[in-house]
Design a protein around this ligand. Structure first.
Ligand code: CTP
Length: 152
C-alpha cells in the first residue's frame, strides 16, 4: 500500500490541479491532499475566491483524492508524513528543490506543471472580462447621452 501526500491552495480548481492530482494518485494507492487554510494563505500573501471549506470540499470530491487535511503551516509536513505513513511526497515543479529535506522521511518528487494555466491567470482573465463588460456598458451609456444631447 503506497500513500502519497501533496499540499496546495487549489483555489478556482482548474485542469492543472486535476492533472497533478491524477498523476500523483497513479503513483500509488492513496492520495492525501493538504489544502491550505485561509489563515495560512493570508500568511503566504494569497487571497482566495473560495474559502477553505469550499476548496476542501471541491478537492475532496475528485475521484483521485482519498483524503483532505488542512494545511496550517510550513512546518507540519514532517509530522504529517509520519502520522499518515507517507511513501511519496509530490508537488508541482514550481517548488523544485524546496522540500528536499523531507527525503530523509520519504521519497520526494516534483512533477512538471500543466502549461498555460494557473489560478492567478484565471483571476486575471475574469477581472478582464469584468472591465470589458463595464467598458461596453459605458460606451452604450455614452451613446444614449449623445442622443439626449442631440434632442435638446
Ligand atoms: N499546478 C500544476 N500545474 C498548473 C498549476 C498548478 O501542476 N498549471 C500544481 C502546483 O504546482 C501545485 C498544485 O498544483 O503543486 C497546487 O497549486 P496552486 O498554487 O494551488 O495552483 P496555481 O494555479 O499555481 O495557483 P496560483 O496561480 O495562485 O499560484
Amino acid at each position: 500500500m503506497k500513500t502519497i501526500l501533496t499540499y496546495g491552495t487549489f483555489d478556482l480548481l482548474h485542469v492543472g490541479h486535476v492533472n497533478l492530482l491524477e498523476r500523483l494518485r497513479a503513483l500509488g494507492d492513496k492520495l492525501i491532499v493538504g489544502v491550505s487554510t485561509d489563515e495560512f494563505n493570508l500568511l503566504k500573501g494569497k487571497q482566495c475566491i473560495y474559502g477553505y471549506a469550499e476548496r476542501a470540499k471541491i478537492v475532496g470530491a475528485l475521484g483521485c483524492v482519498d483524503l483532505v487535511i488542512p494545511e496550517h503551516n510550513w512546518e507540519q509536513k514532517s509530522e504529517d508524513i509520519k502520522e499518515y505513513n507517507i511513501d511519496i511526497f509530490g508537488i508541482g515543479a514550481d517548488w523544485q528543490g524546496k522540500f528536499d529535506e523531507l527525503q530523509t522521511l520519504c521519497e520526494v518528487i516534483y512533477l512538471p506543471r500543466t502549461p498555460s494555466i494557473s489560478t492567478t491567470s484565471l483571476k486575471k482573465a475574469l477581472s478582464q472580462i469584468d472591465s470589458d463588460a463595464i467598458q461596453k456598458i459605458k460606451q452604450g451609456l455614452d451613446g444614449v447621452l449623445d442622443i439626449v444631447k442631440a434632442l435638446e
